[in-house]
Design a binder for this molecule. Structure first.
Ligand SMILES: [Ca+2]
Ligand SMILES: [Ca+2]
Ligand SMILES: [Ca+2]
Length: 321
């Protein structure tokens, strides 16, 4: 993934803003900045509630001029774009409502783009004079603005070959009555945000999907985010996964281990070979002759895997390569 290109600084007056991310999970004390501390936010989810907290005359300043990269935004609904000040490459500043007047006046508007990935560029010429055809391209791609290149509208740069971007967002939480800011990493592929923020362990990324799917559907979901169902390689990884998963739910979680191809021949969906196993006593038992997929939490809080029918719907964990 081309993370570096999108991880640029957005100047944000956090004293006046509370950034929200739903679902609000996984915000732990070790990621916390001091209350009131200025934080350089990079790619931020902005909500109407955030803008509502600005006082009269205050604007959210978005420094597009910091570099030539595009900026992705997630707005949860149509906002008061008059409260967002875009700072452009040439040093000029324009309210978003003015800079995007063409777009806002067209049938395609941020109302329509809500909950999609949209992109702003630093170049003033990209922000005005959009043709109907260009607007149609934006609609198709769920974008507000794409970079213009000679001869037309180019592909949005931060959408790397795998169509995934990683964003750092900041969320205000309250610890012992104190407002603190924590950093969350979110993964967005093809305009869809992964089911949890991204957790990191030993150089790998994980997302914890706290909604139930069949094993095959869970695998397909992970694949959409260029991940696999989790491979548990070590006791340390399992300890971390177990603790993390059970913060979401103590119900059963699919892992990538399965013997669907050859009964009794257990392999990891990722293709990794790993000697580590941790079956619960008496498992795998292929009960009913139809248990081809492994899950955690057979008897929470005990660790121990159990094979179960793959068409059952359980929560699941995805892991990066
Ligand atoms: Ca692993
Ligand atoms: Ca089996
Ligand atoms: Ca079993």
């Amino acid at each position: 993934m081309n993370i570096a290109r999108v991880a640029r600084v957005l100047s944000l007056p956090l004293c006046a803003l509370t950034l929200a991310l739903a679902p609000a999970i996984g915000c732990t004390g070790d990621e916390v900045a001091a209350p009131g501390e200025q934080v350089d936010a990079k790619n931020v989810r902005v909500t109407a509630a955030d803008l509502a907290k600005l006082r009269d005359g205050e604007t959210l300043k978005v420094d597009l001029g910091a570099s030539d990269v595009l900026y992705h935004f997630y707005f949860d609904r149509a906002l008061d774009y008059g409260k967002i000040a875009l700072q452009l490459e040439d040093g000029s500043e324009a309210l978003m409502s003015t800079a995007l007047a063409d777009l806002l006046a067209s049938p395609y508007s941020p109302h329509e783009a809500s909950n999609k990935s949209f992109v702003l560029t630093a170049r003033a010429e990209n922000l005005s004079g959009l043709t109907a055809q260009e607007i149609e391209i934006l609609r198709n791609d769920g974008m507000l603005v794409k970079e213009r290149i000679p001869g037309g509208v180019g592909d949005a740069k931060p959408l790397a070959e795998d169509n995934c971007i990683t964003q750092i967002v900041y969320q205000t939480i309250y610890v012992n009555g104190q407002e603190v800011i924590c950093e969350l990493k979110i993964l967005i592929c093809d305009g869809e945000m992964a089911c949890s923020d991204v957790k990191e362990f030993d150089g790998h990324d994980y997302v914890f999907c706290n909604h139930a799917k069949s094993w095959d559907a869970a695998t397909a979901y992970c694949d959409k985010f260029n991940m696999n169902l989790v491979t548990i390689n070590t006791i340390n990884e399992e300890g971390w996964l177990h603790a993390m998963a059970n913060m979401f739910s103590t119900q059963k979680w699919w892992i990538g281990y399965n013997d669907q191809a050859v009964e009794g021949s257990w392999v990891w969906q990722s293709g990794e070979s790993s000697n580590y196993v941790n079956w619960a006593p008496g498992e795998p038992n292929n009960a009913g002759g139809n248990e081809g997929c492994a899950q955690l939490n057979r008897f929470y809080p005990d660790h121990g895997w159990n094979d179960e029918p793959c068409n059952l719907h359980y929560r699941f964990i995805c892991e990066s390569n």
